[in-house]
Design a protein around this ligand. Structure first.
Ligand code: C2E
Ligand code: CA
Ligand code: CA
Length: 387
């Protein structure tokens, strides 16, 4: 893992201390006191640190990263001045992401810049990402795709476990590139974020979803659509303006669910809270996506106008084989219910998992066991079959 301690608070700190070395020493002490016996920390130079941990499990790496981010975010005192700093973390795994130190470092580095750009705090190196960068003449291709309506939405059903009804669907973006073929959504979403086109894309998603809701209502189906909203977009005033103009009636809004990732909660809380209140007033339901993969404080979560929590598929997919995963799923369900939240489990791939989740009191399930994400014509066939 590689950190870059950033932000002007460090500059403030620098002024306070008149001595950069002292500041770095302080950071190092803070880290060192919190290291586990088999972890190593060293300073790479400047404000960059290397952190080595004997771990291959992606989830655990990310979790440990968030521990450290939390540690850094906890204000500490220097000469009576309270200081909190932020950092970005990039991570890579040996030998999967590189067999020698220079490759490993360079991949960790690009992951760190990605974490910084997307304000996600931490990012694990993704070879897929590398495969497409360079091939995509990104800006041009993405502009064209937006203009020519080349993006499509696929729909994946979410089934209520109590009464077996279909209450909502998740809209998932698809892009068939004219030369490169099918491009995975996390790749093109990333590219859209990097080129600043993500807001335009998300506005298209919301408009398309609203039209689809209307079309289903005309067919006699009341179905809510969940759309994924990138953290970046949520921070933009223009997107909130777009929502206010587009959703004139909160009745229409109440058919929309916004899925936001747990990582978002590392962002500035006051601003976020305000934004989410505005969105909620428009009737839109808020859901926390990928729950369990990041770091989020549940006491904070409780104060936000969130109604639903989606347990990340990485816990659900193995839960019938892995006792730890089942415990996590069970406690997340119980905890959510205590907080008045409904729970969706994603990544339900077989009947056994479906039954187990039902027994644990989970509210809603989504996954290949019910259906893969489908293009609209196939989804409508699915609807007719279920009738
Ligand atoms: P996500 O929001 O966690 O979406 C769920 C992903 O899990 C989808 O992958 C879906 O196809 C997959 N999935 C559903 N059920 C199962 C299952 O039973 N087993 C397995 N193995 N996988 C399952 P997909 O469509 O490739 O999307 C990947 C990610 O891309 C999404 O993760 C989401 O973060 C992002 N994404 C997709 N469309 C959009 C979009 O329109 N906007 C934004 N901001 N992000 C999007
Ligand atoms: Ca999602
Ligand atoms: Ca998810």
């Amino acid at each position: 893992m590689r950190y870059q301690v950033s932000n002007n608070k460090l500059e403030v700190l620098e002024k306070e201390l008149h001595d950069r070395e002292a500041e770095i020493e302080l950071l190092k002490t803070t880290f060192s006191e919190n290291l586990l016996p088999d972890e190593t920390l060293s300073r790479l130079g400047g404000d960059e640190f290397i952190f080595i941990l004997p771990q291959k499990d992606q989830r655990k790496i990310i979790k440990r990263g968030y521990d450290l981010l939390e540690l850094l975010n906890t204000p500490f005192k220097v000469n009576e001045t309270e200081i909190a700093i932020s950092a970005s973390i990039g991570a890579s795994v040996y030998p999967e992401h590189g067999e020698d130190i220079s490759i490993l470092l360079s991949h960790t580095d690009s992951a760190m810049y990605h974490a910084k750009d997307t304000k996600l705090g931490i990012h694990l190196y993704d070879p897929e990402l590398d495969k497409y960068t360079g091939q995509l003449t990104m800006t041009t291709d993405l502009y064209k795709a937006l203009d020519e309506n080349a993006f499509k939405l696929y729909y994946q059903p979410e089934i209520n476990l109590q009464d077996d009804t279909l209450s909502s669907v998740e809209a998932l973006g698809r892009w068939e590139h004219s030369k490169l073929g099918f491009i995975p959504p996390n790749i093109f979403i990333d590219a859209l974020e990097q080129t600043g086109l993500i807001d335009r894309y998300t506005e298209w998603v919301v408009k398309t979803a609203l039209m689809q809701i209307e079309s289903w209502r005309n067919m006699g189906y009341e179905i809510k659509i969940a759309v994924n909203i990138s953290t970046m977009t949520l921070n933009h005033e223009s997107f909130i303006r777009f929502l206010k103009e587009t959703i004139i009636d909160s009745k229409v809004g109440s058919y929309l669910i916004f899925e936001i990732t747990e990582n978002l909660f590392l962002a500035e809380y006051d601003h976020l809270s305000e934004t989410l209140q505005i969105i909620r007033k428009l009737g839109i339901i808020l859901s926390i996506d990928d729950f369990g993969t990041g770091y989020s404080s549940l006491s904070r979560l409780k104060k936000l106008p969130v109604s639903e929590l989606k347990i990340d598929c990485s816990f659900v997919m193995e839960m019938i084989y892995d006792q730890d995963d089942e415990v996590i799923v069970k406690s997340t369900i119980d905890l959510s219910h205590n907080l008045g939240l409904t729970v969706v489990a994603e990544g339900v791939e077989n009947k056994e998992t479906y039954n187990r989740l039902k027994a644990l009191g989970c509210d809603t399930v989504q996954g290949y066991h019910i259906s893969k994400p489908l293009p609209i014509h196939l989804f409508n066939e699915f609807l007719t079959r279920r009738k």
